[in-house]
Design a protein around this ligand. Structure first.
Ligand SMILES: [Fe+2]
Ligand SMILES: [Fe+2]
Length: 274
């Protein structure tokens, strides 16, 4: 099966690019399953229900979140009626919404998707390793699920790499989000798990993490807020990872990073041609 994951959609520029391109990509690459991280989709901060529905209509099967999950207060309410929206699984007990779900792909496969957040240089949450371990033990590859996809929203590369090795051979893919900058280490690990430390963002890379540079520069220089962080509005690069998953084993056979349009544009992923 062919799975596409897109990193943090930032503001209107990232949103417009994903909404415009995803239907075409689903067609051209014959995608079976699409996951999009939407934690910065609403002006850089969280997601609204209207934006969630635009992403789902464009072809996302599941939308994941991260530390910005509840920046829009309405999310606390609508997440309960939107089973395709996941927030990190290791948030405190009682947090609205859910951190994992089993979803049917276009090819009929049942895909377990888990969203989790790291703890290094981030808020103290429950242990993501143990939370994911419990979930994957309860719904094991080829027993409960045909494929298992993990969006690990974390700052530290060490924590991401450690999670990749911890789950290698037990899940189809462990990919990182949150830093908004793509790494060059995508590969299939020895046990058959596709891995990439960070897939980057869907947004304008002529910016600081998708935001207009003026205010971030000012804050580093003076430590005094002068204005708000505003999403950069130049052309977005759609960043993510394309993964081929073996239908029999549920493990990855190949993966390639995706960067389409905007400042980081590259050729299309080799594994699916053009
Ligand atoms: Fe983000
Ligand atoms: Fe984040």
């Amino acid at each position: 099966m062919r799975l596409l994951f897109l990193g943090d959609v930032v503001g209107r520029s990232g949103r417009n690019a994903v909404i415009a391109e995803l239907p075409r990509l689903r067609q051209r690459w014959q995608l079976d399953f699409v996951v999009v991280n939407g934690e910065n989709a609403a002006g850089g901060f969280g997601i609204t229900e209207a934006i969630l529905e635009e992403l789902l209509d464009a072809g996302a099967d599941v939308v994941t979140l991260g530390n910005h999950a509840f920046d829009q207060k309405e999310t606390l309410v609508f997440i309960e009626r939107q089973p395709r929206l996941l927030r990190p699984i290791n948030f405190p007990h009682g947090t609205p919404g859910r951190g994992s779900g089993l979803f049917k792909a276009r090819n009929g496969a049942e895909v377990l998707v888990i969203n989790a957040m790291g703890r290094v240089f981030m808020t103290e949450l429950d242990c993501p390793f143990r939370a994911i371990d419990a979930e994957t033990m309860a719904c094991r590859l080829k027993h409960g699920a045909d494929a298992i996809f993990i969006d690990f929203h974390a700052e530290a590369t060490s924590e991401k790499q450690a999670l990749g090795h911890f789950l290698d051979g037990r899940v189809s893919a462990v990919v990182g989000t949150h830093t908004h900058s793509p790494t060059a280490d995508e590969r299939v690990l020895a046990g058959g798990t596709a891995y990439m430390s960070d897939v980057g963002m869907c947004g304008d890379y002529n910016s600081v993490l998708g935001m207009e540079a003026d205010e971030p520069v000012n804050r580093f220089l003076t430590k005094i807020p002068r204005g708000r962080f505003e999403p950069a509005m130049g052309p977005a690069t759609i960043s993510g990872i394309a993964i081929d998953i073996d239908d029999r084993s549920g493990l990855a056979t190949a993966c390639a990073s995706v960067r389409l349009g905007g400042a980081l544009s590259r050729a299309e992923p080799a594994l699916w041609g053009t």
